[in-house]
Ligand binder design. Structure first.
Ligand SMILES: Nc1nc2c(ncn2[C@@H]2O[C@H](COP(=O)(O)OP(=O)(O)OP(=O)(O)O)[C@@H](O)[C@H]2O)c(=O)[nH]1
Length: 335
């Protein structure tokens, strides 16, 4: 199953935030320097350096995103405390909520924003109390905080629905991916899945055995008892085959009434023993169809998978041996 991660996109966006933060704060520091606003120059330069450091952290996305976020918080609180340039500092706080939700997600984002609002409220109070900046009107902090909360709520709603939609989408893709590789009747993996597994196995140059099992006289079963009983037979076989498998092995519905077993690291002798076990299990487990019990048998062909035999050749060989087993009277294995 493919794993779905947005890490590459996150890395890109965090680096973008860091780059914008670095350039913006650097420009603001230069402007503050020309305006002789010494209290702004150093905090802005410090922020710029922190944003730049997070840009160069590369693959450590979580750390760099936290540096970006908390540098932003610290700078915003400082701007509220000091008023920034001519009392316009608090206007920048609106950047905080979208960045917070992006970095922290919905739940942790809410917690961080509540703490941030409390800090900003405290900063307005301290600024007034210690006269760090005395140009704020009585209503200004209230309006800034109220509008900040509205923007945060909107960003929160957006993030909540985005997360929900993204989870649903991933679930849907994974479900479709699963269905595309499953046989709906027996719930076994299908031919498409098997081909991918076999190609991977081939690429890894491993050894093992292939077994092809074909139900004997299946047309007669369909004709005599009906198609739905035929389907029940296939399901019965699938359950029985799965019960025989060991951890590394796999059985797939290869098509129609044919099943393919893929036994990793099992030589011909072990595969033959496995085929005998299947014949035996089938003879012991008849299928109940109303008052009757139906005896189902299979014919089997086995071939080796080695590093010097291509998969398609091994499959062809197993098919030929299966045909031979049918010709020799069915309900048997040819190796
Ligand atoms: N019920 C049911 N029948 C299927 C399914 N897929 C294929 N079949 C039937 O399987 C039958 C296979 O018939 P044949 O190829 O003649 O094979 P057979 O009767 O098993 O004969 P031998 O292989 O010689 O033993 C056909 O009648 C198909 O319609 C399925 O999913 N459900």
């Amino acid at each position: 199953m493919i794993s779905y991660s947005d890490m590459a996109e996150r890395k890109l966006i965090i680096r973008l935030f860091a780059a914008i933060g670095t350039v913006t704060t650097l420009c603001m520091a230069i402007i503050a320097l020309f305006n002789n606003q010494s209290t702004l120059v150093y905090p802005l330069l410090g922020s710029s350096a922190l944003f730049a450091s997070s840009f160069f952290l590369g693959d450590r996305v979580e750390i760099s995103s936290l540096i970006v976020l908390y540098t932003l918080y610290a700078l915003m609180i400082y701007l509220v405390l000091t008023g920034g340039s001519h009392g316009t500092g608090p206007i920048w706080v609106f950047i905080v909520s979208p960045v917070t939700f992006f970095v922290r997600g919905f739940k942790r984002g809410i917690i961080d924003l509540i703490i941030f609002v409390l800090c900003v409220t405290g900063a307005f109070y301290l600024s007034n109390y210690f006269k760090f900046y005395s140009g704020y009107s009585v209503y200004f902090p209230i309006r800034i905080i109220a509008s900040f909360i509205i923007v945060a709520l909107l960003s929160g709603f957006y993030e909540y629905f985005r997360q929900m939609y993204s989870h649903r989408l991933i679930e849907l893709v994974q479900k479709n991916e699963y269905l595309a590789t499953r046989d709906p009747l027996t719930n076994l993996p299908n031919r498409r899945y098997a081909m991918a597994e076999l190609e991977q196995f081939d690429a890894q140059q491993q050894t093992g055995s292939i077994i092809i099992a074909d139900v004997d006289n299946f047309k007669d079963i369909n004709d005599q008892y009906g198609h739905s009983v035929g389907d029940e037979v296939l399901k019965h076989l699938a359950d029985l085959f799965v019960a025989q498998l060991s951890e590394n092995d796999m059985v797939v519905r290869w098509g129609g009434e044919e099943f393919l077993f893929f036994l990793r690291h099992k030589n011909k002798q072990q595969a033959t023993q496995f085929a005998d076990d299947i014949h035996h299990a089938l003879s012991q487990n008849r299928l109940d169809i109303g008052v009757n019990q139906l005896a189902v048998t299979v014919s089997i062909g086995i071939s080796k998978l080695t590093t010097d035999v291509p998969i398609d050749k091994a499959m062809h060989k197993a098919d030929e041996l299966l045909y031979q087993a049918k010709k020799q009277g069915k309900n048997q294995t040819c190796v």
